[in-house]
Design a protein. Structure first.
Length: 398
């Protein structure tokens, strides 16, 4: 049996998205060209822009198509050290950035890079569930702060932040608000007007769309400085010939999310509950990471005492089950998850953590199969361990 429980890393193309992209493959015109071929491509790009905007409650002109969520996040953070003196708030005036310790690496590494270029970066701590401390945020806000960037849903543990409340605090201080909503859009309702954010990031391949395309919401009236220059595309805000096929795929993906998201969410809650309760009943010495209620319905992160997450992943892969040890962008790293460390999980237990992320095609049969395979896998690894102790007795000596 083949089981794919790694939807937070990427999702398979929705059949309707695939159909849309195949049908459009003969449409090769450059959207910037004025002849009929170009006008056809432009019309389709703008139709997709309208679909994305409607899905998150934005205006068409507030949507910029980009190559990825990482590009969008880099773009927003880089506004605050823009070398052209056209950045939000004026360079050097409000060059302090506040973000959290559990952001995606594309935010954390960009923030670190910008710190070397003169920006001042402050980091918010999180509690054991991955929630930020609003009192700590209030204490950090001041006349020097230009941007606060807090992800809406964490990619590893699924914890959701109260972006609406955070944005109100940020705006009251005169700063701008950005949320990386890559893991949230298409899984929970997202309305940029209700949230009040100035910037919001979307990625196509997290919502059953194609890879290599994303969108950045920039609120009307907010100043903007392009990260990629050299062309007039996207109203001069992102140079480079548009990825027409990818953009059409993204447009169709959000259409299907609008139709399927609510029903899928309810089903994901059932699957996650069954998986969580099954693991707790069948495997000792485990802990659940992330918020118990304010979290993505399809994401479950579990730490298994006395095992290495990579070993669990490989053994499960042999059984046809795909899972993750954390962020796909950090795969290959031997460091424990920065997200789990930030929530207070010790390094050893963080190394033994697995992320199960389910999606639109996940079934209870697949959950049952995983629950049949997982206990034996954990026991096998623990029995080879010289460190795991249950009841004061080394597993290897039993």
């Amino acid at each position: 049996m083949k089981v794919y429980f790694d939807h937070n890393a990427t999702t398979p193309l929705h059949p309707e998205v695939k159909k849309e992209m195949i049908a459009a493959m003969e449409m090769f015109g450059n959207p910037s060209s004025m002849h009929a071929y170009g006008r056809e491509a432009r019309a389709n790009v703008e139709a997709s822009r309208r679909k994305v905007a409607e899905f998150i409650g934005a205006h068409d002109e507030e949507i910029i198509f980009v190559g990825s969520g990482s590009e969008a996040n880099n773009t927003v953070l880089s506004l605050f050290v823009c070398a052209t003196n056209q950045c939000v708030g004026g360079c050097g005036m409000r060059s302090t950035i506040i973000t959290t310790r559990i952001e995606h690496p594309c935010v954390l590494e960009t923030a670190e890079c910008l710190a070397h270029r003169g920006a001042h970066v402050k980091y918010l701590d999180v509690d054991r569930y991955g929630k930020i401390d609003l009192d700590q945020l209030q204490g950090m806000l001041g006349d020097d702060v230009g941007l606060v960037s807090v992800m809406m849903a964490n990619n590893e543990i699924g914890t959701l932040q109260d972006i609406e409340a955070i944005t109100k605090m940020v705006h009251a201080s005169g700063a701008y608000m950005h949320t990386d909503a890559v893991q949230a859009v298409g899984k929970v309702p997202v309305d940029v007007r209700r949230l009040g954010v100035d910037f919001l990031t979307i990625s196509g391949h997290k919502i059953y769309g194609p890879k290599g395309v994303g969108a950045l919401f920039v609120k009307k009236g907010v100043s903007y400085c392009p990260l990629i220059r050299g062309g007039h595309q996207e109203r001069g805000r992102r140079a480079g010939t548009e990825n027409t096929l990818g953009i059409l795929g993204l447009g169709r993906a959000v259409e299907m999310r609008a139709l399927e998201m609510t029903e899928e969410h309810n089903r994901m809650v059932q699957l996650k509950t069954a998986l969580k309760e099954g693991i707790e009943a069948r495997i000792d010495d485990i802990s659940i990471n992330g918020h118990p209620t304010d979290s993505l319905a399809g994401t479950l992160n579990v730490s298994f005492e006395g095992v290495e997450g990579e070993a669990v992943l490989l053994y499960l892969d042999l059984e046809g089950i795909a899972v993750s040890t954390g962020s796909a962008c950090a795969s290959g790293s031997l460091d424990p998850s920065h997200v789990l460390l930030a929530t207070g999980v010790d390094a050893e237990r963080a190394h033994g953590s697995i992320r199960f992320s389910m999606g639109r095609e996940s079934t209870m049969q697949e959950v049952d199969y995983l629950l049949d395979v997982l206990p034996g896998t954990i026991n096998k690894i623990r029995n080879m361990s010289t460190a795991y102790i249950k009841g004061g007795v080394h597993a290897a000596s039993r």
